[in-house]
Design a protein around this ligand. Structure first.
Ligand code: ADP
Length: 456
């Protein structure tokens, strides 16, 4: 008893944790059952109709025959010819007798399909002789009913044949129609219907089994998304919390630098601290940007500006790092039409692109050029650096993607910069593309629509 309760409790627990199973079970049971009942109903209606049709056929046949026969009751030869003719033209008629009332359940055979019966007395079963009594009492009605003999189903019809020349009604006919053929066909149809139903049910179960798996995947996906969301929340929260102590570190480092009494060695250490703090700050900034962009929480304050000012400012800020690597850095600022941009985000985009160009160019130059065409301003950041293969270009703008080879091995980075850049550019209604040849250099091309009404 305890075991059964245990199993039950475990079952309930399983269903609680996997509610989709109820839905699946419901479908697996309900849909086949619905199919089963519909088919049953259909077959029953079809069989009822068939029986009604047989009943009507007997009635019609007997009504018509009674009119002919009523005039020829004194001429059994003609009646016999009629009976045989009708039997030969109507499949399934296995017995056709014209009988005259006798004593009790015994009747005189006037005409019969069965050889050797004519002129003899026969006995009818109780039901038939009773119905014959009714029929003779109601000469314009026919009586039809179903019976079984030797495993075969028959319909028997009884109707009086009123004599047109006398008012005495003492003659009637019995017609038996075998349903063997109809029943064989019906049985075949039913078998076929159930076979089809079986196949359909199997198909449905198969489909549902797949569906159940899809539901499992969907549940798993929903859970993964939940966990992913939790992870993003945690990362955003942690990055935010890291900012405050980092600001404190940078503040004290700055104070130390301003103060007197630091040895040359100490100043070097302090510069390292400051450099690491700046790097950490930019990493935290990237992480926070990713989480904001992902959740659509990053706000953009658009103003119509000539981008050259920001580009000049960014290029100037990279003069030192370029010099440190003995790279030439060029930008020729000529006025551009105004573009609707968020200056801070656009600056960030330019910092990422120029910064990468310097970072991934061991020797040569980095050049920023601009072009106005077809109502768009294009800004191209070109370098003569290591380049990116066509295959890698496909994945370049994915989050965390970094090209991995001997050259990039020693260069640190997170693979977030280009993803952030792409998202920001898209938010500012711009596009970004890349053209690069491995070993020769790379061009990143930004394109923004010119502010309407300010086209030059
Ligand atoms: P990170 O620089 O932090 O690795 P990014 O998203 O800015 O991340 O860049 C992704 C990758 O694209 C880099 O790791 C680098 O391999 C490649 N890349 C970006 N800019 C250039 C460039 N100008 N030249 C060559 N490779 C580049």
């Amino acid at each position: 008893m305890k075991r059964i309760l245990d199993i039950l409790a475990r079952g309930v627990g399983f269903v609680k944790h996997n509610p989709q199973i109820i839905y699946t079970l419901f479908l697996v049971v309900a849909i086949p059952l619905a199919f089963f009942f519909t088919s049953e109903q259909f077959l029953r209606v079809a069989s009822d109709n068939q029986d009604k049709q047989e009943q009507n056929r007997i009635g019609l046949l007997q009504d018509v025959f009674a009119v002919f026969a009523g005039e020829k009751l004194d001429e059994p030869e003609i009646l016999r010819a009629y009976v045989r003719d009708i039997a030969s033209k109507n499949d399934g008629i296995v017995n056709f007798q014209i009988l005259k009332r006798g004593e009790g359940t015994s009747f005189a055979v006037v005409v019969s399909l069965n050889d050797g019966e004519e002129g003899t007395m026969i006995l009818l079963d109780k039901a038939s002789s009773e119905i014959a009594g009714f029929a003779l009492g109601n000469p314009n009605k026919y009586y039809a009913w179903e019976f079984y003999a030797g495993g075969t189903r028959y319909w028997r019809g009884i109707r009086a044949i009123p004599n047109t020349t006398s008012s005495v009604v003492d003659t009637f006919m019995i017609t038996d129609i075998s349903m063997a053929y109809v029943d064989t066909v019906a049985r075949k149809n039913i078998t076929n219907a159930y076979l089809t139903l079986g196949v359909i049910i199997l198909l449905i179960i198969g489909l549902l089994a797949r569906q159940a798996r899809i539901i499992d995947y969907a549940t798993l996906y929903a859970r993964l998304k939940e966990v992913d969301g939790m992870k993003d929340d945690f990362v955003a929260m942690a990055a935010h919390e890291l900012r405050s102590p980092l600001t404190v570190i940078r503040g004290y480092a700055e104070m130390l630098g301003e103060g007197e009494g630091l040895s040359e060695g100490g100043k070097g250490h302090l510069r390292n601290i400051e450099h690491a703090a700046v790097q950490l700050n930019s990493l935290i900034g990237d992480i926070l940007d990713v989480s904001k962009l992902q959740e659509g929480r990053m706000s953009f304050r658009f103003i119509a500006v000539d981008p050259t000012t920001v580009i000049t400012e960014v290029v100037d800020s990279f003069k030192r790092p370029a010099e440190d690597k003995s790279l030439q850095l060029f930008y020729e600022a000529t006025p551009l039409p105004t573009v609707s941009l968020d200056i801070d985000r656009f600056r960030q985009v330019m910092v990422n692109l120029v910064g990468n160009a310097i970072k991934y160019t061991p020797k040569g130059e980095v050049r920023v050029t601009q072009l106005v065409a077809d109502g768009r301003v294009s800004i191209r950041v070109s370098d003569t650096g290591m380049g990116i293969s066509a295959e890698e270009q496909q994945k370049l703008f994915q989050k965390f993607y970094r090209v991995k080879n001997e050259e990039t091995q020693r260069i640190t980075g997170t693979g977030l910069g280009l993803w952030i850049t792409l998202e920001m550019v898209k938010n500012m209604k711009g596009t970004i593309s890349v053209e690069s040849i491995r070993g020769k250099g790379t061009d990143f091309i930004l394109s923004f629509p010119v502010e309407t009404g300010t086209k030059k």
